[in-house]
Design a protein around this ligand. Structure first.
Ligand code: KE4
Length: 434
């Protein structure tokens, strides 16, 4: 790996003009130290930085790039749309095509509204659930991240967790007083909150498979009990599938796990690399949304034709490839079995969570099933591991509390090269006797 000369210079310049030098904290390497490479180009499973270094990419733009970067049909769809214009602020037919694809893929979604980010999707879904139920309180789970809307930054995951900030300054207590938090996988804690606030909980919002405290899987029966409890209590169950939607199965985590929410939030993959979020669900709930109903939400570029074309091309590529998710499954198993074998041989205690093409390696010997157990990971070991891989041209997310993503473009050669880098990384960790 060549020295990051140009990236280092640009990072200094960027930091004087953009807070932290980045437009999203997760990119700044705060959790691992060092200079984030400035990327110039990406194709398939690979990215190239401005110093000419090449990387095998396990961030995939934090989830969207399931087909690999620069997937030709997606690029072509964007290119064609540009000849017709980029934004009209009027209804367009491509928005119906997107709605058709989402509704066909996710049976629990009878109607869907496009927005511009996952944050907007979850924020709006909660407002709609409150408007629909007439209730105010919500329950979220510690370590889950649902974007940066004020009410959801309590004990959030992702960048909030990686920066070790409990919540964030600037959020008045009044805006989080109706937000209750329970540990992930702890149904007893959820029941206690319902018992304390009977008839007052508008919504429970959860990442059905959590990707923002590293990857944490629901324990058997947890989501089913959550579904039953919310059903009984007349509370809207919202699955935040911004990350897992079209990732863990074409119908998302809910299709894979067989649990049906009242509303679903989507993002990332449905934008094909362009800024898109969406929320949808039962018709009786969605029809409360303006202008059909009274709950207001709007967006200048929501359903933007360029973004819709990218998303529609992406979803069609997934829909029309019957082997896509089986291939992703195999890639995930090959890589995680290999990492687990290496950790055992080198005698470094790790815990690896995997589902489909999402995985996370924690530096702890205990099972990671919630935020507290995720935080037992040795973050110094993670730093050494991360930078060793980076130097070998393997780009994992620069923080322990993130998930890694494999795309259809990751070849067996990429996976084997990754395992070689992992072997080096684990040996480096071992040598430092953490
Ligand atoms: P955006 O507003 O960043 O599009 O989506 C927020 C969001 C909502 N729900 C879930 C489950 C999410 O994972 C996210 C965003 N994920 C992070 C990655 N952990 C985005 C990366 C970043 O913040 O730069």
């Amino acid at each position: 790996m060549k020295e990051l000369h140009r990236s280092a210079l640009r990072f200094i310049e960027a930091q004087s003009k953009i807070p932290g030098g980045v437009n999203s904290p997760a990119r700044a390497f705060k959790a691992v130290g060092g200079t984030p490479p400035f990327m110039k180009k990406a194709k398939g499973a690979h990215m190239w930085d401005i110093d000419g270094n090449e990387y095998i990419d396990y961030i995939g733009s934090w989830g969207p790039m399931i087909l690999g970067h620069g997937y030709p049909p997606v690029i072509e769809a964007i290119r064609k749309q540009l000849e017709f214009g980029t934004s009209f602020g009027t209804p367009t037919e491509i928005e119906i095509d997107m709605a058709d694809l989402v509704i066909a893929a996710v049976p629990s979604i009878e109607m869907v509204r496009m927005v511009n980010s996952g944050t907007e999707a979850v924020m709006s879904a909660i407002r709609l659930a409150r408007g629909y139920t007439g209730r105010e309180k919500i329950i979220k789970f510690s370590g889950c991240y649902h974007g940066h809307s004020d009410m959801l930054l309590a004990e959030a995951g992702s960048g909030v967790a990686s920066l070790g900030i409990p919540g964030t300054p600037g959020v008045p207590a009044a805006l989080v007083e109706h937000t209750m938090t329970a540990p992930f996988n702890d149904i007893a804690a959820v029941k206690q909150i319902f018992a304390a606030y009977p008839g007052q909980i508008a919504a429970v919002v959860i990442e059905p498979v959590a990707g923002n405290m590293g990857l944490v899987l629901p324990r058997t029966g947890f989501l089913e009990q959550l579904r039953e409890l919310t059903q009984t209590e007349g509370t809207v169950l919202i699955f935040d599938e911004v990350m897992t939607g079209f990732r863990l199965a074409y119908g998302g985590a809910q299709a894979r796990l067989g649990v049906t929410p009242d509303m679903t939030c989507l993002g990332k993959i449905i934008g094909g690399g362009m800024p898109v979020g969406a929320y949808g669900g039962k018709r009786e709930i969605m029809e409360c949304l303006a202008p059909a109903g009274k709950v207001y939400q709007a967006g200048t570029l929501s359903g933007n034709p360029v973004a819709m074309q990218a998303g529609v091309a992406t979803l069609k590529a997934l829909r029309d490839n019957p082997k896509a998710y089986e291939e992703l499954e195999q890639k995930g198993k090959l890589l995680c079995r290999g990492m687990s074998d290496l950790a055992r041989e080198i005698q470094v205690p790790v815990s690896i969570n995997l589902m489909g093409s999402m995985f996370c390696l924690f530096f702890t010997e205990q099972d990671v099933y919630d935020y507290a157990s995720a935080k037992t990971s040795n973050l110094e070991a993670f730093k050494v591991f991360f930078h060793t891989l980076l130097a070998e041209g393997v780009y994992f997310p620069p923080a322990q509390f993130e998930a890694c993503f494999i795309s259809l473009a990751h070849s067996d050669a990429d996976l084997h090269k990754t395992l070689k880098a992992v072997e080096k990384g684990l040996k480096k960790v071992k040598s430092q006797n953490f």
